[in-house]
Design a protein around this ligand. Structure first.
Ligand SMILES: CC(C)=CCC/C(C)=C/CC/C(C)=C/CC/C(C)=C/[C@@H]1[C@@H](COP(=O)(O)OP(=O)(O)O)[C@]1(C)CC/C=C(\C)CC/C=C(\C)CCC=C(C)C
Ligand SMILES: Nc1ncnc2c1ncn2[C@@H]1O[C@H](COP(=O)(O)OP(=O)(O)OP(=O)(O)O)[C@@H](O)[C@H]1O
Ligand SMILES: [Mn+2]
Length: 277
């Protein structure tokens, strides 16, 4: 990325990390809804050009230089509120909403910084949908990787109705035994996560040339965690799936080649038309 964009993404990353740290970090047990309200009014100050500390100032500078909208930032804080009051998800719709709040938002924050390629003929909406999909895919992957770790904190970020349909109970998750029911349930969850990565690919191609490489790299790297869960025979209770360093390095040239792919020269309706004829 250009140095300006790199610094802006860094500032957004730092703000996201600090927001997550409020509810996940060492002081999490002292964090109340009130603290999140204060964090939100501090966010308003950042956007109004009144940063509180120097890390906030980096974000104030970013939002003054790029057309970043405040709403996804507010939504991320809303996701942290949700995480404080909720530890079960009845349906995928409920889980989707949580994933939008804490991760889909990251995609929406990043697009205005990364920029859309001047050659792109895709609708702006297509690019944002791709970015949203990458955030969701990453979060779903993060959830599938951390099932055991989350269960030890009393949390289950999996749709209860789908667990039930697969013949699995909460006790099965807390006991953490890898059964055929679990393997088949996990197989379905992994397929769904991959479908979000697939949708993200369509957006990534439309970004500015210099922004495409890091996005492809993060997409390919994070998606490989799903392969590693399979390679662990779906034991995400006692094993933490990770991509070994050599594989990570190999993903970089692959990402670079993908980033050379030019944006689609057809608009969505033209693509639709040519697929019919
Ligand atoms: C068109 C197109 C494809 C554009 C690209 C859009 C784009 C850059 C999307 C980025 C998506 C992304 C990296 C999402 C992160 C999702 C994520 C894993 C969120 C985590 C949430 C909390 O979950 P949980 O508590 O369950 O997880 P932990 O166990 O604590 O890990 C987060 C931790 C929320 C906070 C998110 C961050 C700290 C990541 C922010 C990252 C950036 C701003 C960098 C984005 C840039 C690139 C190049 C990927
Ligand atoms: N340098 C980075 N650039 C882009 N995204 C990052 C970067 N570091 C972390 N992330 C994203 O933020 C999320 C949270 O980061 P974190 O460092 O906590 O990683 P993690 O692998 O989830 O480990 P942990 O379970 O210890 O939180 C990651 O899952 C990843 O999606
Ligand atoms: Mn977290």
């Amino acid at each position: 990325m250009t140095p300006e964009r790199r610094r802006a993404i860094w500032a957004i990353y730092v703000w996201c990390r600090r927001t997550d740290e409020l509810v996940d970090g060492p002081n999490a047990s002292h964090i109340s809804a009130l603290a999140l309200d204060r964090w939100e009014s501090r966010l308003e100050d950042i956007f109004a050009g009144r940063p509180y500390d120097m890390l906030d100032a980096a974000l104030s500078d970013t939002v003054a230089s790029f057309p970043v909208d405040i709403q996804p930032f507010r939504d991320m804080i809303e996701g942290m509120r949700m995480d404080l009051r909720k530890s079960r998800y009845r349906t995928f719709d409920e889980l989707y909403l949580y994933c939008y709040y804490v991760a889909g938002t990251v995609g929406l924050m990043s697009v205005p910084v990364m920029g859309i390629s001047p050659d792109s003929r895709a609708a702006t909406e297509t690019v944002y949908k791709g970015a949203l999909a990458l955030g969701l895919a990453n979060q779903l992957t993060n959830i599938l990787r951390d099932v055991g770790e989350d269960a030890r904190r009393g949390r289950i970020y999996l749709p209860q109705d789908e667990l039930e349909m697969a013949g699995l109970s909460e006790a099965d998750i807390f006991n953490g035994r890898v059964t055929d029911e679990w393997r088949s349930f996990m197989g379905g969850q992994i397929t769904r996560a991959r479908s979000f990565f697939r949708r993200a690919e369509e957006g990534a191609t439309e970004l500015n040339q210099e922004s495409r490489w890091p996005v492809w790299a993060s997409l390919l790297l994070y998606r490989q965690i799903l392969d590693e869960i399979e390679a662990n025979d779906y034991d995400n209770f006692t094993k933490r799936a990770y991509v070994p360093k050599a594989k990570k390095l190999m993903a970089l040239p692959k990402a670079y080649l993908r980033s050379l792919m030019a944006p689609s020269s057809l608009t969505q309706s033209q693509r639709h038309y040519s697929s019919l004829t």
